[in-house]
Ligand binder design. Structure first.
Ligand code: GLT
Ligand code: MN
Ligand code: MN
Length: 406
């Protein structure tokens, strides 16, 4: 008996939904308690996610097999994985590297105080890039979870940034030198597992990218939970990333305010912020993968993991449909039209400077007392949004009201 009947929210391959092997494969270990679920093999993950309607899976270099696997073991695991991808029509759009799990990275990878560890981190990443190329990935995520400090006394932040830059430059040079079809997406996080992580927000990443040798192949991979941990508006971070032409990938999940990195099911907590996120992704024409970097609650068994995965995808599609019905609501349109009218800048051509225009602007007499008195209608607009999201004002209800009003 299927959990949900097939409906308009049922995920499909063309929705481009992806999950990390580490997300549905999360076994529920936390700093206070051990694993609660058995490991699920990568081939089972590929099969089950494909059946649920996902487009692909993403992975770290060590998600497929142990870090100390022999070449023969590695080849065997990789062969089985590739067969499953082929059998179930699944892609691997993104590959990444674990520079945080092994104890060797306890003081950082690219920013370790030890030059041998910095070199090992780059070596490990070069191999992971090769693996990604082999699997057809075109995006390589760099999440510097250990690139930070607990005490600043031990490391000069200027020096650490220089090492960080050198490492990314090394990797982008490798990709351009070998003519590999791979772009990098840098993922920010303010803290956890380190006390403070360098380049803590997407905004920091965007500024850092402009200082690199090959900025054209480096973008960002913002994660909902990470920006929310910094107390930021994720929708705004995504708008700035798109504006900069740097939204190469996205990590969708959810997060309660002021807590550790929870990686909750997409849409489970912040419905309104996630509505604006989905609306923006859809309306901007973002065409990259929609990746869920989240995991099931520790309370769940394996069945709960698949409920979690389906829930992430359905919630995205539900918000997508809400974005459409909100945009098509006649009352909403009316309020937005009034705002747009006053928002047009035709009179002063503010979009382009000219000397004549500046003189005209300087001489103009603004009636600021009058302007200060106007209301903006946001209360009504936001209430309409709430009613859409809560389901009492669906497209159907709106149509009925319009008929009644005639
Ligand atoms: C890790 C982290 C994520 C990163 C992944 C990529 S791994 O689970 O919490 O935010 O995106 O390395
Ligand atoms: Mn992430
Ligand atoms: Mn996270």
């Amino acid at each position: 008996m299927p959990k949900y009947s097939i409906d308009e929210f049922t995920p499909k391959k063309e929705d481009r939904f992806t999950f990390g092997l580490w997300t549905v494969g999360n076994r529920g270990r936390d700093p206070f308690g051990d694993v609660v679920r058995d490991a699920i093999s990568p081939t089972t993950i590929v099969k089950r996610l494909s059946e649920l309607g996902a487009y692909g899976v993403n992975l770290h270099d060590n998600d497929l097999g142990p870090i100390d696997a022999t070449q023969a073991e590695h080849n065997k695991i990789l062969g089985e994985f590739k067969k499953a991808l082929n059998d179930y029509g699944m892609k691997v759009p993104m590959t990444t590297v674990s520079l945080f799990y092994h104890p060797v990275f306890r003081d950082g990878a690219f920013t370790s105080s030890d030059a041998r560890i910095r070199a090992y981190a780059i070596q490990k990443t070069l191999h992971a890039i090769d693996l990604g190329v082999e699997l057809g990935s075109e995006i390589f995520v760099l999440w510097g979870g250990r690139e930070g400090i607990e005490v600043d006394a031990g490391k000069d932040a200027m020096e650490a940034l220089k090492w960080y830059r050198e490492a990314v430059n090394y990797l982008t040079s490798y990709v351009t030198d070998r003519k590999l079809n791979m772009k990098f997406a840098l993922e920010a996080k303010p803290n956890e597992p380190r006390g403070d992580i360098y380049l803590p927000t997407t905004g920091h990443m965007l500024a850092f990218i402009e200082t690199l040798d090959h900025p054209e192949i480096v973008g960002v991979n913002p994660e909902v939970a990470h920006e929310h941990m910094s107390g930021l508006n994720f929708y705004h971070s995504i708008a700035q990333s798109i504006d900069a032409g740097k939204l190469f990938h996205i990590d969708l999940n959810d997060q309660k305010p002021g807590r550790y990195d929870q990686d909750l099911r997409f849409g489970s907590e912040n419905i309104k912020p996630m509505f604006f996120l989905v609306k923006l992704l859809e309306e901007s024409g973002y065409s990259g993968p929609l990746h869920f970097d989240a995991h099931a609650y520790r309370s769940e068994d394996e069945e709960g993991v698949w409920d979690f995965a389906l829930g992430c995808m359905r919630s995205y599609n539900i918000l997508k449909s809400k974005a459409k019905s909100f945009a098509n609501d006649a009352e909403v349109k009316e309020i937005l039209a009034v705002l747009a009218k006053a928002g047009g800048n035709d009179e002063f051509s503010l979009d382009r400077y000219s000397s004549v225009g500046a003189t005209k602007l300087k001489d103009h007499n603004f009636d600021i007392e009058h302007l200060a008195k106007r209301g903006y209608g946001y209360e009504r607009l936001d209430q309409l949004l709430f009613e859409h999201l809560i389901g009492v004002r669906s497209g159907f209800a709106v149509a009925k009201q319009m008929v009644a009003a005639k």
